[in-house]
Design a protein around this ligand. Structure first.
Ligand code: 5GP
Length: 203
């Protein structure tokens, strides 16, 4: 059985990564959406183990020391990380896995994991990004400002990604993500092992 595809959906906070990933997984319930660990406090309505695993800074450091995280990053004074074991398990079962993470973490995955697909999500323009961050009404203006300046630092790093996904209309953005996944599954490096067996191809 071939391994699942690791799809890393990343980009500035407020780009709409979370909404795109949630909608994609509604359409594809077989896909494993990784639940991250974080030290930030839960927002109203967020449940432990569903939206995030919420930890203290000490607990989070313990996870780093025990090598339990595939990647982690500090983002605006909090830590965020991807628990490794569930991701590896799902990929080995042949399930596709989506990581919805910020840019530094995505680059860390790139340096440790061969074969992932990296998608950078962007809103149509900077004004829309600011509006989306303020429109959530979950963060103070100070936090919004920090996230905006972080977004500007992250933009040049899109050069490390395979695809850029402009998130104007949600429906269309999810369609685009489906197209990306489909294309990746047809890519020669992913197909070659199966094809060599079926067609008895010899170099
Ligand atoms: P928020 O506080 O808005 O939920 O998340 C802040 C940022 O952290 C978002 O850009 C989100 O994608 C990112 N993030 C969420 N989980 C992880 C993770 O496991 N690792 C990394 N590196 N970033 C994450």
């Amino acid at each position: 059985m071939s391994k699942g595809l690791l799809i890393v959906v990343s980009g500035p906070s407020g780009a709409g990564k979370g909404t795109i990933c949630a909608e994609y997984c509604k359409r594809h319930p077989e896909v494993f959406l990784s639940v991250s660990a974080t030290t930030r406090s839960p927002r109203p309505g967020e449940q432990d183990g569903v939206h995030y695993f919420f930890y203290s800074k000490e607990e989070f450091k313990g996870m780093i020391e025990n090598n339990e995280l595939l990647e982690w990053a500090q983002y605006c004074e909090n830590f965020y990380g991807t628990p490794k074991k569930y991701v590896e398990q799902a990929l080995n079962e042949g399930r596709d896995v989506i990581l919805e993470i910020e840019v530094q973490g995505a680059l860390n995955v790139q340096s440790r994991f061969a074969g992932g697909t990296y998608v950078f999500v962007l809103p149509p323009d900077p004004d829309v990004l600011a509006d989306r961050l303020r429109g959530r009404q979950t963060e103070t203006e100070e936090v919004v400002q920090k996230r905006l300046s972080r977004a500007m630092e992250e933009l040049p790093l899109m050069s490390h990604y395979d695809y850029v996904l402009e998130n104007d209309q949600l429906e269309e953005a999810v369609n685009d993500l489906e197209r990306i996944v489909r294309a990746e599954k047809m890519s020669r490096p992913r197909r070659i092992e199966d094809l060599e067996q079926i067609w008895k191809i010899k170099e």
